[in-house]
Design a protein around this ligand. Structure first.
Ligand code: GRF
Length: 207
């Protein structure tokens, strides 16, 4: 499968995919990353792609007169690489109707909370503030809502008393450790074995 990965920050999820594909080989893993897109310049996620010799593109909202024009530009830039799957790995923008019309049902997102709890931009902080004892991460298909698409896999992470001391930074790092493994496992299985969606239920086929 051809993957386009969208990032907005450090790109450690992207790096986990790069490392898995490098270790197993694209054929055995079932996928390769054909491009990395971002909504901003100067982020480590783009440097990781460049180091791996993977083409990159940047679509900034501020470079477009309207959000819809940005969405169209992002769609065209992504479509140029003819992806089978788009992986939103720490991409901090909500893709629009043009993007979903083109890639709907083939966009996978990872979120650092156990959806439907704590959707949105501050999932880690919100779980901590709420006093949750267990949080985690969710890998899901993107639909036209925010973090509302069918869930593919989840991983639980315990919240510790000391997590209150640093506003969730340590907790987010523990979540990201689980998230990276979950994303690599899910993307490989989807790419190799396929899946089907029945209503809200995602059924991955065992290899
Ligand atoms: C991930 O935890 C993702 O779920 C969240 O932001 C983080 C991105 O991390 N949206 P990275 O850019 O993959 O290191």
């Amino acid at each position: 499968a051809r993957l386009v990965v969208l990032v907005s920050g450090s790109g450690t999820n992207l790096q986990a995919l790069l490392d898995a594909i490098d270790a197993e080989g694209p054929e055995a893993y079932g996928a390769r990353i054909v491009a990395v897109g971002a909504d901003r310049h100067g982020i480590e996620g783009l440097e990781r792609a460049e180091r791996a010799g993977i083409p990159t593109f940047v679509c900034r909202v501020r470079d477009h007169a309207t959000r819809d024009e940005w969405d169209e530009a992002l769609t065209e830039a992504t479509a140029a690489y003819e992806p089978d799957l788009v992986i939103s790995a720490g991409f901090m923008k909500i893709v629009g109707k043009e993007f979903l019309a083109r890639f709907g049902g083939r966009v996978v997102n990872t979120h650092p909370a156990l959806l439907p709890s704590f959707p949105g931009t501050h999932g880690v902080r919100d779980a901590l503030a709420y006093g949750a004892k267990v949080t985690g991460c969710t890998v899901h298909f993107v639909d036209d809502g925010v973090d509302t698409g069918p869930i593919i896999a989840q991983g639980a992470v315990e919240v510790l008393d000391e997590d209150d001391a640093d506003g969730g930074a340590a907790l987010h790092e523990r979540i990201k450790e689980v998230e990276r493994r979950l994303l690599v496992d899910v993307v490989g299985r989807i790419a190799r074995d396929g899946y089907r969606i029945e209503g809200r239920k995602v059924r991955l086929r065992d290899g």
